[in-house]
Design a protein around this ligand. Structure first.
Ligand SMILES: [Zn+2]
Length: 234
């Protein structure tokens, strides 16, 4: 399944963007400022500026301003993606550039921009990461064969062995959110953070697996209600 990012449209002339950079420089009374500072005072998003001119520094040069040094911290793509995963799960939806702030985000926007150019490109790479099959193996619980079965098998013991772990991985949670949005599948209420419940459609206790097809977003009330019904049935 392929997921697409939300579209956005900007038709602002280059000169208008450059003029706004100069305006911010005038306001700060210096020829050098960070993209974070621009984010606070600027009229447009940093993403818009970066996308138009390639990088933040190129935009500054074009506006006749001085270059700000970008941090080049040693953070792997995987760590940056995992941070997006966490933000996505907390928000229940695609994090925007403005969401990338500490302590909500573990990493600064600089770290994303220096690696991917724009926030949009970082998200595109992230979607590719989420859609890739490389880590699917992680979903499957590694079952080590027991060498000596010392304990006798009880009759009441559940013979069924799940192929997956009960708790979905962060990646799987993001996939569920990408598919369902951050809305309860039963009542449509918008859920965020702690109120997002990842429910097994066919209950785990009834041999339901932790796979995308068997997971859905529920609100707390419906998750609780569903749990109660299942207990009554048993
Ligand atoms: Zn609900």
């Amino acid at each position: 399944m392929e997921y697409k990012l939300k579209d956005f449209h900007y038709n602002i002339p280059d000169q208008e963007l450059l003029d706004d950079l100069k305006r911010v420089a005038d306001k700060l009374v210096r020829n050098k400022f960070s993209s974070r500072e621009y984010d606070e005072i600027g009229k447009y998003t940093i993403d818009t500026v970066n996308r138009r001119f390639g990088t933040w520094n190129k935009a500054l040069l074009k506006a006749g301003l001085e270059i700000t040094l970008t941090q080049n911290l040693n953070v792997s793509d995987k760590e940056l993606f995992e941070n997006i995963e966490n933000m996505w799960i907390s928000l229940g939806q695609q994090p925007t550039y403005r969401d990338v702030r500490q302590p909500f985000s573990k990493y600064s926007t600089h770290q994303y921009l220096s690696k991917f150019g724009t926030w949009r490109k970082a998200l595109e790479a992230f979607v590719e990461f989420i859609n890739s099959d490389n880590d699917k193996i992680e979903e499957i619980e590694k079952t080590e064969p027991k060498e000596n079965i010392s304990e006798p098998i009880q009759e009441s013991e559940v013979i069924f062995k799940h192929k997956t772990k009960r708790t979905p991985s962060e990646r799987l949670k993001v996939q569920v959110l990408m598919r369902d949005g951050n809305k309860c599948r039963l009542c449509g209420i918008t859920v965020t953070g702690e109120n997002i419940h990842f429910d097994h459609i066919l209950a785990w206790s009834k041999e339901g697996e932790t796979v995308l097809e068997n997971l859905q977003v529920l609100c707390e009330a419906h998750n609780l209600a569903k749990g109660n019904i299942e207990y009554q049935v048993i």
